[in-house]
Write a protein that binds this ligand. Structure first.
Ligand code: GCU
Length: 396
């Protein structure tokens, strides 16, 4: 073979490998078999909500811990809440803003989560709250409202009668390959770093949201039983993982979370496990690496993460142009998770077809929408979240 031909064949090979892991053609989606939701590892068939809760749910949770996101340590020595600011008349008198340092200690080390919380003034307390796992930095939540960002539309959320809370993920785990362990992992849980099923960034972010729910339990203005955890993309993966771990979460909202979030991993469309573990290894436990290009060996798939939210609320949103996130794969997870919700007496029967662009669909406690446009979390998305939450909490 001439060197030109060798080069050409090599290029073709690289192209074929890339195509295999990142397919964008529906006709190239290969058939797959999902792990069984309602059968335990030892073959027991799960037929009741009680059996799900007592037997299969803990098993599925452990499978996600061991193979995808890592363990989430539950113990620490102490937690303190230190209010650093409270202004009772912001947003033209409509809201009170608080900033609270949430300080968690273990073995004489500590981490501090800076919570930003807006609560509506003229509404009967306690109020339900949206809690955003924010990976876009504090600027997006600008407390002075000089820089209004649709990612954090506090005015609209307050007008709808909800509190809006948020924290920057960097307080617990910077979103960075080199520095992700700087906070929670090195300070409180260094033992996790040595474990193949140890916590990494996504686990830490969900852990952070849970500490904010700990704070809500002490604040009479917020209804800690009505917390909607919201995350966009990587934050959406963390929101689902948080809702799986922490059953105080009333609703988990995954906005365009895609691979390792709401999307079925075995469906080879858009981002693959290979791509995500290569680009973002520090989001997941080490064991997850072994499923790169090997999704069929995963003992779970992401519809099981949706099922772990049952019987609480779960909402999955998508953007038409966000092919990387695989909108159909995300919707299929909802469909596949329905049997677990139905064990609780719901009668979910979502249509096989995704809703068309610009439409919202919900059968409480599940909901979804797909909007036109690109990968982002917009005011339109928030309007749909609020509409879903109003129905879910039977508000107004
Ligand atoms: C990357 C990554 C996705 C992730 C997204 C985001 O595109 O591959 O998995 O969801 O970033 O967080 O915006």
């Amino acid at each position: 073979m001439t060197s030109k031909k060798i080069l050409l064949s090599l290029l073709l090979l690289v192209f074929a490998i890339a195509l295999k892991s990142q397919n964008y053609e529906e006709s190239n989606v290969q058939p797959y078999t999902l792990p069984e939701l309602l059968k335990t590892e030892s073959g027991q068939v799960i037929a009741t909500a009680d059996e799900w809760m007592q037997i299969r749910r803990p098993e599925v949770l452990r499978l996600f811990e061991d193979n995808v996101y890592g363990q989430v340590p539950k113990s620490f020595d102490a937690i303190y809440f230190k209010k650093t600011r409270e202004e009772k008349n912001v947003l033209n008198g409509k809201a009170t803003v608080k900033e609270v340092n949430i300080i968690v200690t273990r073995n004489i080390k500590q981490v501090t989560i800076h919570l930003l919380l807006f609560v509506p003034n003229k509404v009967k307390k306690p109020v339900p709250a949206f809690l955003v796992i924010n990976h876009r930095g504090m600027e997006t939540m600008d407390v002075t409202r000089g820089n209004k960002d649709d990612f954090w539309p506090v005015e609209q959320v307050i007008d709808a009668g909800y509190a809006l809370a948020g924290f920057d993920v960097k307080d617990v785990a910077p979103d960075d390959k080199e520095r992700f362990a700087d906070e929670l992992l090195q300070k409180l849980y260094p033992d996790q770093l040595a474990m193949n099923n140890g916590m990494r960034a996504l686990g830490a972010w969900g852990w952070g949201a849970s500490r904010i729910i700990d704070y809500f339990e002490t604040d009479p203005a917020v209804d800690a039983g009505k917390v909607v955890v919201v995350g966009h993309s990587r934050g959406g993966k963390a929101a689902l993982w948080c809702g799986a771990q922490d059953q105080r979460v009333a609703v988990a909202i995954s906005n365009e979370s895609g691979n390792s979030g709401a999307k079925i991993s075995r469906r080879n469309f858009g981002e693959s496990v290979e791509a995500i573990t290569k680009n973002f290894p520090y989001w997941f436990c080490k064991n997850y690496q072994q499923y790169a290009n090997n999704e069929d060996k995963l003992p779970v798939d992401q519809h099981m993460l949706i099922a772990l939210q049952a019987p609480r609320g779960v909402y999955v949103s998508a953007a038409e142009e966000d092919r990387w996130a695989d909108n159909k794969g995300q919707y299929l997870s909802l469909i596949e998770a329905q049997p677990v919700f139905n064990l609780y007496g719901f009668n979910l029967n979502l249509p096989l077809q995704m809703p068309s662009v610009g439409n919202q669909l919900f059968e409480i406690p599940m909901g979804c929408h797909i909007r036109e446009g690109k990968h982002d979390m917009t005011l339109y998305d928030w309007q749909q979240f609020i509409r879903f939450a109003n129905t879910f909490f039977q508000k107004k």
